[in-house]
Design a protein around this ligand. Structure first.
Ligand code: NAD
Length: 446
């Protein structure tokens, strides 16, 4: 089966490599010539655990290649994935420029029956618009446009793709459904040697329902995060440890334990833009989406929380003060800085005159690109905590969780720790002499 993936970013590269790992013949296309040249030399442009091996193995086996030439890659394909970015426009709606550009670029090259798949996160009706563009530019071409939203998590993307909890496919025809079923065969429910099954199921639905499902999923997760952040605020006022509340509700099977961490807000390339886009879709359909407005408001405030706490402790004018940041990426196991809470923290602290120094296990380069000289990046956590007036935890990397209070105390004379990810235990930090404050937790709480 020949598969072409257009857009070789976080989603396109993972999808292309993982299809190739199951012996589909995959061509990954991108307009970024430098990215394609690097990939051809075996250099992986993003940090994603396990991805380098999957890419290099599949390329060495002859199942994966990279090109900037859309035409030949489309002409030979049974399935063409559109996996380009859909960033927010000024009004919050998803900017579909890149998707439309791809539709226009592929249309003249469609030969025999081709399934064109929107893997990008796109609003309701986008697949119909892609089909209209294909029809306009290549009347009578034989194709179907399918919605197959992606649910991988950055940081665990390869495992998520190779063994998905479910695959959502919105198809307009039985013919397209048969092709997609064959394509995803090796990734969904199959028997293991021990009688267990691995992978989830394919959930088939209408194209527009699949488009909607992706937004509903991300907005539900964003809602859980903002909900827990509000509960944490209440815990702070009422002297309660939010971790106890989390354990108490997470054990309820109707609620479940995941996505209940209080913190400094959601970031990344998906939740912020997808919440905004669904708000816009609601507006277009006359549905006010009041809950989602609140989710966004809470998140906006939450991202500023640590900077405000620094000001409350050290004063609004931070001239002459130095703040050390542990973690910069929007979450652990990725170098993705898009919409990371650290961007807000650094902007506010540096605007108030603070000198800001930060360390991240993998995001040094992307953080430098994103923040330039507002932030001094250092090579290890010890350098980020020495000589500072406050230590802030912004990303819950395992490396930081593993630092014991005694090790931290030995590495710095600073005793103010504002933990935005509840990476450490309040009592242990207090016992080591730290003035420690987490999100919805602090020493001495019950
Ligand atoms: P990305 O920015 O990492 O990658 C997009 C790639 O598309 C870039 O390399 C860009 O150069 C390329 N591109 C743009 N226009 C092109 C064109 N005309 N022809 C060929 N290549 C082109 O984006 P991403 O994070 O991979 O996200 C892609 C889509 O998947 C978005 O809609 C996003 O919402 C969705 N998504 C992302 C994730 C995630 O975790 N990143 C998860 C699920 C869904």
């Amino acid at each position: 089966m020949n598969v072409t993936v257009i857009g070789t970013g976080y989603v396109g590269l993972v999808a292309g490599a993982c299809f190739a790992a199951r012996e589909r013949n995959v061509t990954c296309v991108d307009i970024d010539a430098r990215k394609i040249a690097a990939l051809r030399e075996g250099k992986i442009p993003i940090y994603e655990p396990g991805l380098d091996k999957v890419v290099l193995d599949a390329a060495a086996a002859g199942h994966l290649s990279f090109t900037t030439e859309t035409g030949p890659a489309v002409a030979s394909a049974d399935v063409v994935f559109i996996a380009v970015g859909t960033p927010p426009s000024e009004d919050g709606s998803a900017d579909l420029r890149h998707v439309a550009n791809v539709a226009r670029a592929i249309s003249p090259h469609l030969r025999d029956y081709t399934v064109v798949v929107c893997k990008s996160t796109v609003p309701i009706g986008t697949c119909d618009k892609v089909a209209a563009l294909l029809e306009k530019n290549n009347p009578g071409a034989d194709y179907d446009v399918v919605s197959n939203p992606e649910f991988l998590k950055e940081g665990a993307a390869v495992a998520d793709f190779l063994e998905p909890e479910r695959v959502v496919i919105g198809t307009p025809s039985e013919r397209a459904r048969a092709v997609m079923t064959r394509l995803y065969g090796p990734y969904v429910k199959r028997a293991g040697g021990d009688g267990t099954t691995a992978g989830g199921e394919i959930i088939y639905m209408a194209v527009r329902a699949a488009e909607m499902t992706k937004y509903a999923a991300n907005c539900m997760l964003a809602t859980r995060i903002s909900f827990m952040n509000e509960i944490a605020q209440l815990c702070d006022k009422a002297g309660i440890d939010v971790e106890h509340v989390k354990a108490g509700i997470g054990s309820d099977s109707r609620i479940g334990p995941k996505f209940l961490n209080a913190g400094i807000g959601y970031g990344g390339s998906c939740f912020p833009k997808d919440v905004q886009a669904l708000l816009r879709t609601g507006l277009d359909h006359g549905v006010p989406m009041r809950l989602l407005h609140a989710v966004e408001d809470v998140n906006r405030d939450q991202k500023r929380l640590l900077a405000n706490r620094v000001a409350a402790r050290l004063g609004k004018d931070l001239t002459g003060k130095k703040v050390g940041l542990l973690g910069l990426a929007f979450k652990p196991e990725t170098d993705d800085m898009r919409e990371a809470p650290s961007l807000i923290v650094v902007r506010v602290l540096s605007a108030r005159g603070a000198e800001v120094v930060g360390y991240d296990p993998v995001a040094a380069e992307t953080a430098t690109d994103a923040m330039g000289d507002r932030l001094t990046i250092v090579d290890n956590w010890q350098a980020a905590v020495v000589g500072v007036d406050a230590i802030l935890v912004l990303t819950e990397w395992a490396e930081f969780r593993a630092i014991t209070p005694a090790e931290l105390a030995a590495a710095t004379s600073c005793r103010l720790v504002l933990d935005g990810r509840n990476a450490w235990e309040p009592e242990a930090m207090a016992a080591a002499g730290f003035d420690y404050e987490g999100i919805g937790r602090a020493p001495g709480r019950t």
